[in-house]
Design a protein around this ligand. Structure first.
Ligand code: NDP
Ligand code: 2IT
Length: 443
């Protein structure tokens, strides 16, 4: 059996219940054959066995008291995946679906993503099965404080620097930062995505969505094209979806859909983003409220966002939200580009169908890397005790996304599959991080 298949089988045998983790490992390892076959030292150094195994996995309980005085207990995780390029770095997800499989898949993706940024960032991921939805600010604060009461002993600005992800935004990061500072009696850039008044970076809020659109724009430019006049379908209506929509609109494209876990909206006139921000960022409401307020807009319950006609699709909600049938529908409707704002939103079968039909498929570990890259810029500003203007951070973000696009394109050509960005991203990310692992010995 080929070395790659053997390691995939080992992962399946060791963690048979971790479906998302197995999916992520299979997706990455399956595309590494040319680079593994070209150098026997990888197998001699057991590099695949080492890269699929987190350096450290921490799981802990988080008890907290709700407004009625009832005690709840959540299960929390921090998976410190790989630190050979820098401190562990990656977000914290707060969502009832969170389990070890999901955190490990996200941490594993982060290894390659952070490598692609070329910044000094290791990789990690964490979170808890806590649902911030419908909770009061006081309840969220008490959860975040008790979450940090354990997490603090495992992190620091030079060890592990968590950030936001689904369910974790500026409010949650603020409460966690306050608790860390109090317990440790030290002010340091231990979290990114902080508020602007206490060490946050300008443009971090926008960075993942903007970066996604910069990446797609690089691809369009390489074909003498642009967003002007393009119809774009976006899923999700959280941080990534909102700022991807904003940048598409700035560049002249028309976004016609958004969604949340309840359903999706279609506005043929183009999404009115001020209203979405008010519903989602200010009132923490549901996307269905948009259709109540906009004449001509439709709300559909459940799945179905990918049935809308579009030139470009940007899945920005969650894992496995773009399935085989959705991919078929996108192809039938003439969609030419699918770029992932979320982590692993497209199933392996859907990805293969899109690529086989000539759709430019941009995998999240490349196209959504602008968020963590800008977190890296926040860390630099915190270490230097300085803050850069919005324009400076945004220019650096654009430069990073341009470089990732170039490196991924070049790697796809070098390994005989020009335009296959899955192959390009996995190989380019793998090469940088494993060069560092090889140089640092068996540790
Ligand atoms: P948010 O919490 O701000 O928004 C998440 C959005 O996705 C919401 O609209 C939410 O709807 C929807 N969603 C979440 N879970 C599900 C589900 N199971 N089914 C359907 N819809 C769902 O998170 P972000 O925008 O920050 O994250 C979105 C994606 O982008 C995630 O995959 C994340 O890992 C990835 N990402 C985020 C980065 C960042 O910097 N924030 C960086 C790189 C990637 P509802 O409100 O109904 O739950
Ligand atoms: O998936 C991701 O890259 C993130 N949630 C952002 C991580 C970070 O450290 O900014």
């Amino acid at each position: 059996m080929h070395y790659i298949d053997r390691v995939i089988e080992q992962v399946k045998a060791k963690d048979p219940h971790e479906a998302e983790f197995i999916q992520a490992v299979t997706e990455v390892l399956s595309s590494l054959k040319p680079v593994i076959d070209a150098d026997s030292r990888y197998e001699e150094a057991a590099i695949l066995e080492r890269i699929v195994e987190p350096e450290r996995t921490i799981t802990f309980r988080v008890p907290w008291v709700d407004d009625a005085g009832k005690v709840h207990v959540n299960r929390a995780y921090r998976v410190q995946y790989n630190s050979c390029l820098g401190p562990y770095k990656g977000g914290l997800r707060l969502h009832p679906s969170v389990n070890l499989s999901i955190i490990k898949f996200l941490g594993f993706e982060q290894v390659f993503k952070n490598s692609l940024t070329t910044l000094p960032l290791g990789a990690g991921k964490g979170g808890a099965d806590f649902d911030p939805k419908g909770k009061s600010d006081g309840e969220v604060m008490r959860f975040c404080q008790n979450f940090m009461s354990e997490l603090f002993r495992h992190i620091s600005a030079d060890t592990d620097v968590p950030a936001g992800d689904i369910g974790t935004g500026a409010r949650e990061i603020g409460y966690m930062f306050g608790q860390y500072r109090k317990i440790r009696n030290v002010w340091e850039g231990v979290l990114t995505g902080k508020g602007l008044s206490y060490g946050g970076s300008l443009a971090r809020t926008e960075a993942t969505g903007y970066g996604l659109v910069y990446f797609v724009n690089e691809h369009l430019k390489s074909n003498d094209d642009g967003f002007d006049g393009k119809t774009v379908a976006v899923s999700g209506s959280g941080n990534v979806a909102i700022y991807a929509t904003e940048k598409v609109q700035t560049l002249g494209g028309k976004v016609v859909t958004l969604s949340d876990s309840g359903g999706w909206i279609y506005d043929p006139a183009g999404i009115k983003l001020d209203l979405v921000k008010d519903i989602k960022e200010v009132k923490r409401g549901r996307i269905s409220e948009y259709a109540d307020q906009v004449a001509g807009a439709e709300y559909h319950e459940g799945r179905g966002v990918w049935s809308a006609n579009c030139d470009i699709a940007l899945p920005c909600a969650t894992q496995n939200e773009l399935l085989l049938d959705d991919a078929k529908q996108l192809v039938a409707n003439g969609c030419k580009i699918v770029a992932e704002g979320a982590n692993m939103p497209t199933t392996i079968e859907a990805t293969e169908l899109l690529i086989a039909n000539g759709v430019a498929f941009c995998p999240g570990k490349a196209s959504n890397a602008g968020g963590v890259a800008t977190s890296g810029l926040e860390m630099s500003q915190n270490s230097g005790r300085i803050s850069w203007e919005f324009e400076e951070v945004d220019a650096r973000l654009q430069g990073i996304m341009r470089n990732i696009y170039r490196e991924v394109s070049q790697a796809s050509t070098e390994f005989g599959e020009p335009g296959n960005f899955v192959v390009g991203a996995n190989i380019a990310g793998f090469r940088r991080v494993t060069n560092a692992m090889m140089a640092q010995g068996v540790v």
